[in-house]
Design a protein around this ligand. Structure first.
Ligand SMILES: Cc1cc2nc3c(=O)[nH]c(=O)nc-3n(C[C@H](O)[C@H](O)[C@H](O)COP(=O)(O)OP(=O)(O)OC[C@H]3O[C@@H](n4cnc5c(N)ncnc54)[C@H](O)[C@@H]3O)c2cc1C
Length: 375
């Protein structure tokens, strides 16, 4: 791979490094890149993070004001004296060397990192602005409070956690997960741990319909029939099937780097192999086509590799590119605010229970996300 960026502009012009998407991976990378300890020289390079208002990713957990801590501004992202800036906006188009924002503004880049994450549905589809997120959480809290029965379609970690959140806060609500596999989660994790998850979730009072599917999600109080013919009646049907990668903006620029599932092809250096042969586009986080579970921790791990590889690219290959070699497939799942399970693939596979998980994760990792942004 060609690992450096050639500027077709006069020598004195600064290299424009632009990151699109300020979620876990994009924000972590921006913070690390701008750090004084690294070779990111503000005299030579500009760093721009383009992202909507705030970071937000949580469950509509009542009662109260979780959003006051979960909505994290970007004003402390960069360490003092460094040259980063944050542009709040939505990128609508990628061109060769520039980006177009929804506002019509154009932003130049020499090196671009896409960190646009995934698009969830229903209560997990957070809007972009602070005010909209607050209204979204208010509206979904009201829906959960009014529902006597909820069906969640998708029994991955997010489906399990959301189901148990609903059950914890509304114990009389009937909560059911429909999951396509015979055990919760997927086969990235050993059956022993998946069996423990099934037992723990059932014990918490959540009903499970396993090895079955609901193809479409009905609206309002109604009855839906699963593929195997089971009838499920509920006030709310919610998809927790996982996010669709936010890669539409790349599709029109270079469709050859998008997989059928919508993920972005990357080389081990996390460089995107563009058809035009340029080596100035990288991607990280939930959007990349990599055989691993997409998580907060993996997005941050991609950022750690990219600190080196972006610096190498903009500093004429001074630092050789490092290949990403995957991350440990550990998983920590809350079962309500005071319990959960944690699988760590060390030795023969270690599992930790309620006390450890609630100690570490009862705050839904919001403190970790705040720390990431300098709070
Ligand atoms: C409810 C919930 C709970 C979760 N819990 C955990 C957990 O406990 N542990 C764990 O490891 N993972 C968890 N995850 C998954 C984790 O949040 C993601 O894997 C991680 O955030 C991915 O990081 P990312 O940087 O790829 O994308 P994101 O964090 O999703 O960030 C993408 C950013 O890009 C912005 N963006 C998108 N398109 C554009 C555009 N065109 N222009 C400008 N900006 C754009 C978005 O607004 C967003 O800010 C959870 C996810 C959800 C939804």
């Amino acid at each position: 791979m060609a690992s450096t960026i050639s500027k077709e502009t006069p020598v004195r012009q600064k290299t424009e490094v632009v990151i699109v998407g300020g979620g876990s991976g994009g924000a972590a990378l921006a913070r690390r890149l701008s750090s004084a300890a690294l070779d990111f020289d503000p005299e030579q390079h500009n760093l721009t993070l383009i992202t909507p208002d705030n970071i937000a990713s949580t469950y509509p957990r009542p009662p109260g004001s979780l959003e006051d801590t979960a909505l994290i501004p970007y004003d402390k992202l960069y360490t003092e004296g460094n040259a980063g800036r944050v542009v709040h906006g939505q990128v609508t188009q990628i061109l060769d060397g520039s980006l177009v924002l929804e506002s019509g503004e154009s932003i130049q880049y020499h090196c671009l990192v896409l960190a646009t994450g995934g698009r969830w549905e229903g209560p997990l589809a957070f809007p972009d602005s602070d005010a909209e997120v607050r209204e979204h959480l208010r509206a979904w809290r009201a829906k959960f409070a009014a529902a006597k029965s909820v069906v969640l379609v998708g029994g991955g970690a997010v489906g399990v956690e959301l189901a148990c959140e609903v059950k914890a806060w509304y114990p009389t609500t009937e909560v059911t997960i429909v999951h396509a596999h015979s055990l919760l989660l997927n086969d990235a994790y050993p059956d022993k741990f998946r069996n423990s998850t099934v037992a723990r979730v059932k014990q918490f009072g959540v009903n499970l319909v396993l090895d079955d599917k609901l193809e479409s999600l009905p609206e309002g109080t109604t009855t839906a029939t699963t593929t195997k013919g089971q009838k499920l009646t509920a006030d709310l049907f919610i998809s927790t099937r996982g996010p669709k990668p936010n890669t539409d903006i790349l599709k029109s620029f270079d469709p050859s780097v998008i997989t059928p599932s919508g993920h972005v092809k990357v080389l081990p250096t996390l460089q995107v192999p563009l058809a035009n042969g340029k080596a100035n586009l990288f991607a990280l986080g939930d959007i990349i086509d990599w055989n691993e579970q997409h998580k907060f921790t993996t997005a941050v791990a991609h950022g750690e590799i990219l600190v080196n590889n972006v610096l190498g690219a903009i500093n004429n290959g001074v630092t050789p590119p490092i290949p990403y070699q995957g991350s440990e497939e550990s998983i920590m799942i809350t079962v309500g605010p005071r319990g959960g399970l944690w699988f760590v693939p060390k030795l023969w596979g270690l599992t930790f229970g309620d006390w450890v998980v609630s100690t570490i994760k009862s705050g839904l990792f919001i403190p970790n996300a705040r720390a990431l942004l300098g709070y």
